[in-house]
Design a protein around this ligand. Structure first.
Ligand code: 3HC
Length: 311
């Protein structure tokens, strides 16, 4: 049982908006929640490079290739940044990577879908990074110092990711009939998985209550989802593309879009490992880790040699 007085003081800090720093006292459950969330976020950034990596050699122009490469490199940086934020809580990076490679750790459901055409690069930037920005700008106001500060830098780069994705969709939607059809097909395939990536509905979200009490999360999954939908539907209309939801309608009274039933069975199937690409993503990550072992060995050997020379 944690000391009641310490818990009370901790909650007062949270309620008054004081950031919690690594060396501050914190409830074990606070530390555990943050390690769970930040490590899964980092894993998502790393695995999220795979669907886009599929299109680096297939990009339609050198310029598109350069922009896509820059985005993917950003995602790698976000992953490393977030692993560092998680390490401030006392977990070791190797342990986190082992949790991912052993299939023990989660990463975002969204990255278990295939990227089938070039338009998917647009849909991912527009919808997936768009949803991520909604969520991450909220997390940037969170109570844990290192995580909230990491979000500030990451959100700046996500904005570039989101704009370049929307620009791809705009180019295709205003291109030939085949290009327009490709953009619509990508929207059809990414829309529902993008709104699901923001987490299960609030009634099925066991972590939200505690995360919100401790201001790790400042809004619930459904609140973020609604904000994302409200912002994105007009963007699709501007492109002249149809959101694949026949029940979508704007409610003048509430000022929000109402949407159709979300297929939560699909969501829970995907996070249980049965999505279209879960197996492939894990094989790719395990192979990348194996193929990169010599780089880690060389870097560690160099660091050890340097440490000996200066000892
Ligand atoms: N994919 C996989 N698992 C998910 C999930 C998703 N989209 N949404 C929820 N889950 C899991 C949770 O991890 C939890 O399982 P666990 O207790 O075993 O960890 C369970 O489903 C119940 O969900 P909760 O709503 O209770 O969980 P949270 O309160 O943690 O909310 C979350 C889920 C909204 C994803 C929250 O964890 C979060 O905001 N995480 C940080 C942001 C993040 O991880 N984003 C991932 C995308 S990264 C990205 O998009 C990269 C960008 O560059 C494109």
């Amino acid at each position: 049982m944690e000391d009641e007085a310490l818990l009370k003081k901790f909650q007062e800090k949270i309620d008054s908006g004081i950031k919690i720093e690594p060396k501050d006292w914190m409830p074990e459950a606070y530390r555990k929640q943050l390690i769970r969330m930040i490590s899964q976020h980092a894993h998502s950034e790393i695995v999220g490079m795979l669907p886009e990596g599929n299109w680096v050699t297939r990009a339609p122009s050198l310029k598109r290739k350069a922009v896509l490469l820059a985005k993917i490199q950003d995602e790698a940086g976000h992953g490393l940044y977030l692993y560092s934020a998680a390490e401030t809580l006392g977990i070791d990076r190797t342990e986190m990577l082992q949790q991912l490679l052993s299939g023990k750790a989660k990463y975002s459901s969204i990255f278990n879908y295939p990227s089938l055409t070039w338009a998917d690069m647009g849909a991912i930037g527009w919808l997936v990074d768009g949803a991520a920005i909604m969520n991450q700008t909220m997390l940037a106001k969170g109570s844990y110092g290192p995580y909230s500060r990491a979000m500030v830098r990451i959100c700046k780069e996500e904005s570039f990711h989101n704009r370049q994705g929307y620009e791809i969709m705009h180019t295709l939607a205003n291109g030939t009939p085949e290009q327009r059809a490709m953009a619509q097909d990508a929207l059809n395939r990414w829309w529902w998985s993008a709104i699901m990536m923001l987490g299960p509905s609030d009634s099925q979200s066991p972590n939200s209550e505690q995360l919100m009490k401790w201001k790790i999360k400042l809004e619930s999954n459904d609140q973020i989802r609604q904000r994302f939908i409200d912002r994105t539907v007009p963007q699709a209309e501007f492109l002249g593309l149809q959101i694949p939801d026949k029940d979508l309608k704007f409610n003048e009274k509430t000022g929000h879009y109402e949407h159709g039933e979300i297929n939560w069975k699909e969501f829970f199937d995907v996070i249980a490992g049965n999505g279209p690409c879960n197996k492939k993503r894990m094989i790719d990550r395990i192979n990348a880790d194996k193929n990169g072992a010599w780089v880690r060995a060389a870097a560690n050997a160099y660091a050890a040699k340097k440490a000996m020379a200066t000892a």
